[in-house]
Design a protein. Structure first.
Length: 466
């Protein structure tokens, strides 16, 4: 990577670097500089790590080993920055709010190399100091060095006033998220297991889209069968190494989403029908489940009509990259009744807090708040109400979230059934893959867990009229 080019692009500041010929110019490794660039863009520019990192890799000359290092360093730093912020505050004589945000990001990276990676201590400190000097200026090096040296010397055991405080600090999750998991499972050791799984790096899960590619084709490029799925592959290498993925004949999709898509299809097609069906993915962006359902229908029920709706034009464009654009519409899910179109099968993959995908979206835990939850619950309710207005008489509604939070799952389901007494839940035990029957709850809904299923903690309830 050309570090000067990065500076020109505004990704780093180098104004503090001396041009004196007698002073050696700071020279951080290209991999650490790229990791810093990603972390800075995620924390301060609203970027999404899983979307931005591939673009940064494309413009770099890093080899596979360095790319793996960047991924581990950047994702680990983003996941654990709550823990590292507490450590920085402990060792610094300045309040965090008075420290340059760039220095905080760099210190977080150094902390992760110290606490979470296998980098030799001298390399962790010296390279982090070099990065600070390059990005912020020579004077920052002394401060960064002092903080990291303090972290290396500190062997004390820190006490916590309660279990929420301990788990929040040690596993780097906001307190409200820790509390929400306890509200669900009522067991602190189980909560710790969930938090631990959220901090583990996840290998890519791939899916072969029917009539476009096959598991065998993907396996020929590397990986192993992804158990519990019909078309999935567990990859041990970057998805871009697969020809079918590059040609958009296969996708990157977590096991949890694949199980949701397949269970929806199995349930929706279980009732013998003499006519073709109309299907709607009400909140389709960025298109993973839409692609799974569309290509499966195209292979098994070509006469059926599939429509993907997305409120965001940008995200609708992403959907149009994986299914025909003629099947994509742009609009608010709450307003679809205005189109006077009825659908037999509707999937409401609703906007949610994303607490079930924290291992793959490390920044999400710091972006979502309880206020977001309150707003999202209202949107979810409105989308479900909208679905009832455009559902055909014998139709089905699948309500899906990538969150196990009670307010977004079982409470939302109970509220829907209370307000729509002509609907009932379809028991998914008869339709889910045998490997995930344990995930079907007593009320017939499906709740997966990252620590148990090696999958995003997806939730699904399917409703039908009585």
């Amino acid at each position: 990577m050309d570090l000067n080019l990065l500076a020109v692009r505004g990704l780093v500041k180098v104004s503090g670097v001396s041009s004196s010929p007698t002073r050696k110019r700071p020279a951080p490794s290209a991999s650490r500089l790229l990791a810093y660039t990603l972390i800075h863009q995620v924390n301060h520019e609203g970027a999404y790590a899983n979307l931005r990192l591939p673009n940064l890799f494309e413009s770099s000359s890093l080899d596979e080993r360095d790319r793996a290092f960047v991924t581990e360093l950047s994702y680990g730093t983003l996941r654990m920055q709550g823990k590292y912020d507490a450590a920085i505050a402990r060792y610094s004589d300045r309040e965090l709010s008075k420290i340059d945000p760039a220095i905080i990001d760099i210190l977080r990276m150094g902390m992760h190399e110290i606490y979470g990676m296998r980098t030799p201590e001298h390399a962790s400190v010296s390279q982090t100091v070099e990065l600070a000097k390059y990005v912020v200026g020579e004077s920052s090096g002394t401060f960064v060095n002092a903080i990291l040296r303090s972290a290396l010397r500190d062997e004390s055991i820190h006490s916590y006033p309660d279990e929420i405080s301990r788990l929040s600090s040690e596993y780097s999750h906001p307190r409200w998220i820790v509390q929400s998991f306890y509200d669900l499972v009522k067991d602190w050791s189980r909560v710790e297991s969930i938090l631990m799984s959220n901090n583990e790096a996840a290998s890519p899960h791939l899916v072969a889209w029917p009539d476009e590619s096959t598991q065998e084709e993907l396996l020929a490029d590397g990986g192993e069968l992804l158990s519990g799925t019909r078309f999935g592959v567990l990859s041990h290498q970057p998805p871009r190494n697969y020809l079918a993925v590059r040609e958009r004949r296969a996708g990157v999709q977590d096991r949890g989403s694949q199980v949701i898509g397949e269970t929806f299809l199995q349930t929706a097609c279980a009732i013998p029908l003499s006519h073709s069906l109309s299907w709607l993915d009400m909140c389709a962006g960025p298109g993973g489940k839409a692609a799974y359902v569309y290509h499966s229908l195209h292979a098994q029920r070509p006469a059926d009509k599939f429509t993907a709706n997305e409120i965001s034009e940008h995200r609708a464009g992403l959907v149009a990259q994986v299914i025909p654009s003629s099947n994509v519409i742009v609009g608010s899910g709450q307003d679809l009744a205005l189109l006077s179109q009825k659908y037999d099968r509707i999937m409401v993959d609703a906007p949610c807090t994303g607490l079930g995908a924290l291992r793959r979206r490390p920044e999400s835990r710091w972006r979502r708040t309880m206020e977001d939850l309150k707003e999202l619950v209202v949107i979810q309710r409105e989308l479900l109400d909208s679905a009832t207005k455009i559902l055909s008489e014998d139709g089905l509604i699948a309500y899906v979230t990538c969150s196990p939070h009670l307010a977004e799952t079982r409470i939302q389901v109970a509220d829907f059934l209370y307000r729509h007494k002509d609907f009932e839940i379809v028991n998914l035990n008869d339709f889910v893959s045998p490997e995930f029957k344990h995930s079907v709850q007593n009320d017939g809904t499906l709740q997966m867990w990252t620590d148990i299923d090696d999958a995003d903690a997806m939730f699904m309830a399917i409703f039908k009229r009585k």
